[in-house]
Write a protein that binds this ligand. Structure first.
Ligand code: OSB
Ligand code: MG
Length: 370
């Protein structure tokens, strides 16, 4: 039976190639917590905590996740016997919330297990589509011209679907301009909870653009008003923030709060939980796609692996390393084909090498829980 002997937390600071702005703020550089789990044989696995630098997307953020992982979660896993990585979530179960911190540890255990079994993580998770379809998420820009330029670069790179961030000050005219310039591309908007039902007329007006979907228009914890909104707009609603568990997914589907789910490993607590959400959605005929959290290569590699599961039927926010980083912390960097796809690697575990020298250069703190 596997036992984790130690868990290392490493905080790195990585400047983004270009700032990323959503309805809740702008990010210039990421403070990312990496997790390295090591077993009694000295074998290791890597994971990433995907929370932001501030509690704007969710209530977790870098410093809260650090202390929670160090003081609460890592001690619940270190030295405890477990059957398989699928059971690591259970070891941390009594802790409420803190799913991104849990996911950092849990996904590292999956990487370790796949490496020890000598299989690629995507296969070990039950993946079926080794080649996944990719989209991009483009933040709010300083001008529409700058946005059009960004969209052009990504369309020409071959990405299958373009998502633009929207907010009440950056919506109708912006989407109209993108549609006019690029015609019938697969286009969607993500509001990150910037509207309420009082904005119903504005949200209805977006129907004219035939968006593939409208992601999270209403508050971050809502699934009731989303159902009211979905009944009144043609554009499919995609839920992101409020779906933190398989039960949340079931309830949202029952209420008809949306027609699509953006599934993020961190938001639901790791691979085991993602697999359960994927199953609930697949059985209900609700498509899911893999969301992104501006991950470094390690989180990105985990996203690629989980996105190979059967229920992930739409292009995800999983894109090339170079869109985010001058130099990634894995090798090779994640690349996207001219057809807008990524093929999961066939090496064991996450399938990428960890660039330890690069990590050492950008590390701002680290500690080991024994
Ligand atoms: O809402 O999907 C989101 C990034 C940070 C926080 C929330 C979101 C996002 C993205 C970026 O849209 C996706 C990516 O390119 O990683
Ligand atoms: Mg979103």
């Amino acid at each position: 039976m596997p036992i984790i002997k130690s868990i290392e937390l490493i905080e790195i600071n990585l400047p983004l190639v270009h700032f990323f702005e959503t309805s809740f703020g702008r990010t210039y550089e990421r403070r990312i917590i990496l997790v390295r789990v090591e077993d009694a044989d000295g074998a290791d696995g890597w994971g990433e905590v995907t929370c932001g630098e501030v509690p704007g997307y969710s209530d977790e953020w870098t410093d809260s996740a650090w202390v929670t992982a160090e003081k609460i979660l890592a001690p619940m896993v270190v030295g405890r016997e477990y059957d398989s990585a699928a059971d690591v979530w259970e070891l941390m179960k009594w802790v409420r919330g803190h799913r991104m911190a849990k996911a950092g540890i849990e996904t590292a255990c999956w990487d370790l297990e796949a490496k020890k079994l000598g299989v690629p993580l995507w296969k070990h998770l039950g993946g079926v589509n080794r080649t996944i379809e990719c989209g991009v998420s483009i933040g709010i820009q300083d001008s529409i011209d700058e946005l059009l330029e960004k969209v052009r670069v990504e369309v020409e790179a071959g990405y299958k679907r373009i998502k633009i961030k929207i907010s009440p000050r950056w919506d109708y005219d912006v989407i109209k301009a993108v549609r006019k310039e690029f015609g019938e591309i697969l286009l969607m908007g993500d509001a990150n909870s910037a509207y309420t039902l009082d904005d119903i007329d504005k949200l209805k007006s977006l129907d004219e653009f035939d968006l593939m979907m409208l992601e999270q228009p209403l508050p971050h914890d809502d699934i009731v008003d989303h159902a009211k909104l979905q009944a009144q707009i043609k554009t499919p609603i995609c839920l992101d923030e409020p779906i933190k568990s398989p039960e949340d997914a079931r309830k949202a589907i029952e209420l008809k709060s949306g027609k699509i789910i953006n599934l993020k490993n961190g938001r639901v607590g790791g691979h085991t939980q993602s697999k359960l959400v994927e199953k609930v959605c697949r059985e209900a005929g609700i498509p899911v796609w893999c969301g992104g959290m501006l991950e470094s290569g390690i989180g990105r590699a985990h996203n690629i692996a989980i996105a190979t599961l059967a229920g992930y039927t739409m292009p995800g926010d999983v894109s090339a390393s170079k869109r985010y980083w001058h130099e990634d912390i894995i090798e090779p960097a994640v690349e996207v084909s001219a057809e807008g796809t990524i093929t999961a690697p066939d090496a064991t575990g996450i399938g990428f090498e960890i660039n330890k020298a690069r990590i050492a250069k950008v590390t701002t703190r680290s500690l080991i829980v024994l």
